[in-house]
Design a protein. Structure first.
Length: 452
């Protein structure tokens, strides 16, 4: 592909020279025809008659003339024909399909990774199959995720992650206060380790979270410059991070938890104060501008238990969707064994599916001690089974989502004694799928049963 780039660059430079020398008596610089770049974009679907065939749809929109060429994963360029392109992918493996769109201003590209297993092209690029006694092996065409830290990627953590999960989210090391601790100085040590681990093990990485009021470094809270400089700084940050992980991080939570508790108004964060009420749209646009292929999510909590908050969240999603800036909704599911009710969780799914968005069951943990009883010392077998039922219910609801809207079912932690909830609530609890020694709990079986 390098050759293609060099060829395009040469053509572009020659055009610049021609336009600059096009006058007899004076050399005037003329920007080549004044046109803008046209952003390449495409979608694909799996043929209903042949599971090894995909239909590629060039969805590039742009004024003026442009040409489109495909690279079907071989490195050769094939001109785009009118209508859908049929592409047969026979061998098991992973294919990177690219579309290049060129006009006088230069060229842009879009790419998609398509995975193929013995049954054909895998919907959502997540292949089913595998050991059905594991979480990921029992999930069909969606990912099962967990959180990681850079110092929890070896030993039993590594074993369990690779056995049960095919998606990872950084628990806190891909947030702004860690990646961008002081102005002009990024620290990508931990985030690189996490992303490299995902790439090396064929595990998708979900980026979490670019903008979150709770993980904003103090230099950003107290930013010394003007509002315009603040916005430029945020653009630089989003651009730097997305460029670094382009092609390695499959999806990002761009803005996390923007809705205020109680009022359901926009939280009055430093981002809103400095960039305006449309700061969310601005941040998603910045992300899209860098990487049109990465999946962009809006993520928030209490969406099931609070119908007002749910409506506020869908209003944000609708605005982003109109601008074609959002791919999915992340519903944090920090819930309890006794609520919210199934119907309330289903309402989050229904609103997401009706908007044609991907549904991420994100940040799942299920409290067994919502009463906050500090004298609890162990998980009773009664509560363990009630917790299992709730995990199973979540897994059933997720499994019933239409394939096209599935994304990932992500638990917020591996084993009980590593749950953030212990600190957050300050009382004992047992909210995850594994006990302190990595033994699967009844909850683990509940998830597998729910995935059937
Ligand atoms: C939590 C992490 O688990 C903690 O380790 C960290 O100190 C604070 O953040 N909602 C979110 C997550 O979106 O990022 C939070 O994670 C939990 C609540």
């Amino acid at each position: 592909m390098k050759n293609f780039r060099i060829y395009k660059l040469l053509a572009f430079l020659i055009m610049l020279v021609i336009s600059a020398c096009d006058s007899d008596d004076e050399v005037i610089y003329v920007s080549p025809s004044g046109t803008d770049l046209v952003q390449a974009s495409f979608t694909y679907s799996i043929s209903t008659t042949d599971p090894n065939v995909i239909l590629l749809n060039n969805t590039t929109q742009g004024s003026g003339d442009f040409t489109s060429e495909w690279d079907f994963g071989t490195g050769d360029l094939v001109p785009d024909e009118p209508g859908l392109e049929e592409l047969r992918l026979d061998g098991v493996g992973s294919y990177t399909i690219k579309l290049y769109v060129t006009n006088t201003a230069g060229f842009t590209e879009a790419s998609e990774t398509v995975r193929v297993d013995e049954d054909g092209v895998c919907p959502n690029s997540v292949c089913g199959g595998g050991d059905p006694s594991t979480l990921k092996g029992s999930a069909k065409n969606f990912s099962v995720g967990t959180i990681v830290r850079d110092n929890r990627l070896t030993g039993m953590h590594d074993e369990v992650i690779r056995r049960d999960f095919n998606n990872i989210t950084s628990e806190y090391q891909m947030k702004m206060n860690v990646m961008y601790p002081s102005q002009g100085t990024y620290d990508f040590g931990p985030s690189d380790a996490i992303v490299d681990y995902g790439v090396a093990n064929g595990i998708d990485v979900h980026g979490h979270a670019l903008i979150w009021h709770n993980a904003t470094p103090s230099w950003v809270e107290n930013f010394a410059g003007t509002d315009a400089e603040f916005e430029a700084m945020i653009r630089d940050y989003i651009t730097t991070v997305l460029e670094r992980y382009k092609g390695k991080v499959r999806s990002w939570d761009v803005v996390n938890e923007a809705i205020e508790d109680g009022s359901n108004a926009l939280r009055n964060s430093v981002f809103r104060q400095r960039m305006g009420d449309d700061f969310i749209e601005k941040c998603y646009q910045m992300a899209r501008d860098v990487d049109p292929d990465v999946l962009l999510f809006y993520n928030d909590y209490n969406m099931a238990s609070d119908s007002g908050k749910r409506a506020a969240m869908f209003a944000i999603a609708d605005r982003l969707k109109t601008l074609n800036l959002i791919d999915g909704i992340g519903a944090q599911l920090h819930i309890s064994y006794n609520g919210p009710a199934r119907g309330e969780i289903q309402a989050v799914v229904d609103g997401t599916v009706s908007r044609d968005l991907l549904m991420h069951f994100a940040e799942i943990d299920i409290r067994t001690n919502p009463e906050g009883n500090s004298s609890v010392t162990a998980l009773s077998s009664e509560r363990a089974l009630l917790q299992k039922d709730k995990y199973k219910e979540l897994a059933e609801i997720y499994t019933d989502i239409p394939t096209a809207n599935k994304f990932a079912f992500t638990v917020w932690g591996l084993k009980d004694n590593e749950s953030w909830l212990l600190d957050f609530w300050g009382v004992p609890d047992f909210p995850l799928l594994f006990d302190d020694n990595f033994n699967p709990k009844p909850a683990y079986e509940g998830v597998i049963e729910g995935f059937q």
